[in-house]
Ligand binder design. Structure first.
Ligand SMILES: [Zn+2]
Ligand SMILES: [Zn+2]
Length: 145
C-alpha cells in the first residue's frame, strides 16, 4: 500500500518543523489509520503503540499536528472533536444524527467549488467545511425494523 517515496511519519513531522517524538509519530500513525477518531480513541491507539502517554500530551500533540497541517480537526456540533489524516483537499463530512458516525464526502463538484463563496465579505478564504447531517443506513434500518 505504501509507495516507496512516501515519507515516514517521522520525516513528515520533521518536514513540518516539529520535534519528532515517539508519541507524535504514534499519534500521526493512529490518526491516519483510523477513521475520524475522537481524542479518547486516539489516546488508546497511541498507548497501544508506545505505552503510557497522558491525555494532556495527546491533546498537545494533536494541537501541534493540527496547526502544522498534518492532521485535520472536525467538530460536528454537539459531538466531540474528531481528527483525520486526510488533509488539504477540502473534503466535507456527513454525520449521523443518531449514532454520530462520520464519513467523508468529496467536495461538491470538481475542484473545491465550495471555496468560491457567494459573498466573501472581503476575506481570503482557505477552507470550506460543510457538514451534512442525516441518518446513516444502519440507524435507518434499525428504526424501520
Ligand atoms: Zn447512525
Ligand atoms: Zn474526513
Amino acid at each position: 500500500m505504501i509507495a516507496p517515496n512516501t515519507p515516514t511519519a517521522a520525516e513528515e513531522l520533521r518536514g513540518a518543523g516539529l520535534r519528532v517524538t515517539a508519541a507524535r509519530v504514534a499519534l500521526l500513525e493512529t490518526v491516519r489509520s483510523g477513521d475520524h477518531l475522537d481524542v479518547e480513541a486516539i489516546a488508546s491507539g497511541v498507548r497501544d503503540r508506545v505505552g503510557h502517554v497522558s491525555l494532556q500530551a495527546v491533546y498537545e500533540a494533536l494541537h501541534a499536528l493540527t496547526a502544522a497541517g498534518l492532521v485535520r480537526r472536525i467538530e460536528p456540533a454537539g459531538s466531540p472533536a474528531r481528527y483525520e489524516g486526510r488533509v488539504g483537499d477540502n473534503h466535507h463530512h456527513i454525520v449521523c444524527r443518531s449514532c454520530g458516525v462520520v464519513a467523508d464526502v468529496d467536495c461538491a463538484v470538481g475542484e473545491a467549488p465550495c471555496l468560491t463563496a457567494s459573498d466573501t465579505h472581503g476575506f481570503t478564504i482557505d477552507e470550506a467545511d460543510v457538514i451534512y447531517w442525516g441518518t446513516c443506513p444502519e440507524c435507518s434500518t434499525a428504526r424501520t425494523s
